[in-house]
Design a protein around this ligand. Structure first.
Ligand code: SF4
Length: 711
């Protein structure tokens, strides 16, 4: 166990390459240091850089706290008993209540191969459409926006564009904390004349890079970008030639924008910004051909998340700045494999390989490819609706993989009630004691980072290998293996007889090319990696990072999409989408006077089940906190360092207050990470109502309301 392997970091969507050198033996305790990690200098995402989370990976690998054996109703059992019980629960639910009584809730932490098998098993053979993923909470609004504008869920840009841009606009993105290595690349690329605009209600660490910070009223992003479109039209800033040749929808979109944001004075008023700052931003955008607009959870996690994405993309289409060096809209993905999950069909409204149920012939194509006659009929329930269906009793079996919905979903107390009511909850995880595992009837130990093999796709469409060198902890097994074994017991035989992840990857790559004709008028489906469908096991093992598509036209991958002005819509033209103003679902009132924004902190990941194992990652912020403007603290008889409680209806979140002039008065910020295993202080997600974007189904995790009182 002394070889060094090239792998990727399992945390954020930057997808940094890691050199991992395990120690001489498996670590027994979390405090053991099982080898070393370093940034991979040859990986194009990070060129050797790592943030502190990536650099601490080896400190999180001990067996301490790992789920080491399958468990049935709390009793340790062997795999044969656990797999039989899992298959039997699914068989009985399907026979008694129909295939739609079984649901899967997946994760952007899964490898693409695991995700592919889950989707195939659930939608293809069990026949349930109810397969959703925690990527719903992260990127689904960007997905819906891409599909409306480009005809496909495709990110046109690459990381190099963030360095090439003369104007970098960051919307709802605290990249300094949440995409740290990308932020380092942005910092390193600073040069004379390059400008950065940060659009975020909070003054975050990312604002250190900003020439202009626009602390806009929460939820007013579409007003700002509708106003930009109007400004461009009124000041000769449209690329009429590009619009004429490659786009449709300008007139209706412009009319709608004029209604919502007639001039910069109106925009400034609605967004609560100085007119001069709004116009400075508009002028910089107008006069800077090489502009990249990066947008992230601050835009996506909203009842208008899809509209926010399209309002941004509209301005880029209107100026012909899509898929060009240093000029593109750029959705910055949250999780390491949110994009890989989207590729296989991990969202409930998609089928597989970027095919939708409603695409003519798609269902037949996938059913034929998989050799099944049980394929689900149409879209399933998205995350929030899925847990509501569980609460109602419509779901008999829920299989949760590599995620912790009891902490992360909004209105978390209701989610816990749903989990408690579900007749059979199956949880596959590498960690033993998560909030969700506490509800499990069947617990299945999954292999963790450093132990498993497969691929992930990062924010710039780059597929990279994750490789394992450590033996799995205890009886842990890869997720794909667990599902394939259950499939065998359900009688789905040949379709799941994989020798390893390379077999699965080849099948996934072949499906991406099935019925996909790049010479068609539409240009075929963007996601096409058929060029990787015949890799030998050895080539798969050695696969170097590559950006999709990978096919005859682009055998070495493609750095940017749509640079030829051809899009994935029926007529090959991009769509500008009319956007009306939709304000947040929750408004402050007498009982809940403060707006609550939630998000991540620099050194933790998701619900802390892994990052809390590294002591140095707890040094940055060691306890839950409530960041508030000093004026709000004074109004509530609080001073910096006091313990305080945020209350929404019967839900409470306790934290130490931190005074910050970076908060807008009337708005507070809380971190999402702390779970009930670490603190009885309450969950940030309990403060968030389960309201969602009607198109994407993404919850509005940036805009709850609450009352603040001393503890
Ligand atoms: Fe890992 Fe993201 Fe940090 Fe890179 S930036 S090391 S992918 S957490």
């Amino acid at each position: 166990m002394t070889d060094t392997c090239r792998t990727t970091c399992p945390y954020c969507g930057v997808g940094c390459g890691v050199l991992f050198k395990p120690g001489a033996s498996r670590p027994a305790e979390a405090t053991d240091t099982p080898g070393t990690v370093a940034g991979d200098p040859d990986h194009p995402a990070n060129h050797g850089r790592l943030c502190v989370k990536g650099a601490s990976l080896h400190e999180t690998l001990g067996d301490d706290g790992r789920l080491l054996q399958p468990r049935l109703a709390g009793r340790a059992v062997d795999w044969s008993e656990a797999l039989a019980a899992t298959a039997e629960a699914i068989r009985q639910a399907r026979a008694s209540h129909g295939p739609g009584s079984v649901a899967f809730y997946l994760s952007g932490q899964l490898l693409t191969e695991d995700y592919y098998v889950a989707n195939k098993l659930a939608k293809g053979f069990i026949g349930t459409p109810h397969v959703d993923t925690n990527s719903r909470l992260c990127m689904s609004s960007a997905v819906a926006a891409h599909k409306r504008a480009f005809g496909a869920d495709a990110v046109p840009a690459c990381y190099e564009d963030l360095e090439l841009a003369d104007l970098l606009v960051l919307v709802g993105s605290n990249a300094a904390w949440n995409h740290p290595v990308l932020y380092q690349r942005m910092q390193a690329a600073a040069r004379t004349g390059r400008r950065v605009v940060v659009i975020d209600p909070r003054r975050t660490a990312t604002c250190d890079l900003a020439d202009l910070h626009l602390p806009l009223r929460p939820g007013s992003d579409t007003v700002l970008f509708n106003g930009l479109l109007v400004w461009l039209a009124d000041h000769g800033g449209l690329d009429r030639d590009y619009l004429e040749r490659h786009c449709s929808g300008l007139e209706a979109t412009l009319a709608s924008a004029r209604e919502a944001a007639p001039d910069s004075a109106s925009v400034a008023h609605q967004c609560d910004l100085p007119v001069a700052d709004v116009e400075t931003f508009y002028r910089w955008f107008q006069h800077t051909p090489r502009t990249v607009t990066g947008f992230s959870q601050g835009a996506n996690q909203s009842v208008a998340g899809t509209d926010k994405g399209n309002a941004i993309i509209n301005c880029h289409l209107a100026t012909g700045r899509v898929g060009r060096p240093g000029a593109s809209p750029f959705s910055l993905t949250g999780q390491p494999n949110a994009m890989g999950g989207r590729e296989v069909g991990g969202l409930a409204n998609t089928l597989a390989a970027h095919l939708d149920y409603q695409t003519p012939g798609a269902r037949e194509l996938v059913a034929d490819f998989w050799g099944t006659d049980a394929l689900a009929d149409g879209p399933g329930l998205k995350a929030v609706d899925l847990f509501e269906a569980i609460h109602r009793g419509d779901i008999q079996v829920l299989w949760v993989m590599a995620t912790n919905p009891a902490v992360s979903l909004p209105d978390s107390e209701r989610v816990r009630e749903a989990l408690a009511r579900c007749p059979t909850v199956i949880v596959s995880d590498c960690v033993a004691n998560t909030d969700t595992a506490a509800f499990a009837d069947i617990l299945l130990p999954a292999a963790g980072w450093g132990e498993k093999d497969g691929t992930v796709t990062n924010s710039e469409r780059r597929i990279s290998r994750q490789r394992g060198l450590l033996p799995p902890a205890g009886d842990a097994r890869p997720d794909w293996w667990i599902m394939a074994e259950v499939a065998q017991r359900l009688g789905y035989g040949e379709a799941f007889r994989y020798r390893g992840p390379a077999d699965i990857f080849r099948e996934h790559a072949a499906l991406s090319g099935a019925g996909n004709d790049p010479s068609a008028a539409t240009g075929g489906r963007c996601f096409d990696i058929r060029g990787l469908s015949e890799l030998s096991d050895r080539d798969y093992d050695r696969l170097a990072p590559v950006q999709w598509p990978v096919n005859d036209a682009f055998p070495r991958g493609r750095q940017r999409l749509f640079d030829d002005g051809r899009f994935c819509t029926d007529d090959g033209r991009a769509r500008l989408v009319p956007i009306q103003t939709v304000w947040p679902g929750s408004r402050p009132d007498r009982h809940h006077p403060l707006v609550v924004n939630s998000g991540r902190i620099r050194d933790q990941w998701h619900t802390m089940t892994r990052t809390a194992r590294a002591p140095r990652l707890l040094q940055h912020r060691s306890e839950p906190f409530i960041e508030a403007h000093p004026r709000d603290l004074a109004r509530h008889q609080l001073v910096d360092g006091d313990l305080a409680v945020l209350t929404r209806q019967r839900q409470r979140f306790v934290g130490r207050v931190r005074a910050s002039r970076g908060q807008r008065p009337g708005e507070v910020f809380v971190p999402i990470h702390w779970n009930r295993q670490f603190t009885p202080a309450g969950l940030a997600s309990a403060l968030m109502p389960a309201v969602t974007d009607p198109l994407s189904g993404q919850p509005e995790s940036k805009h709850g309301v609450a009352a603040l009182t001393p503890f």
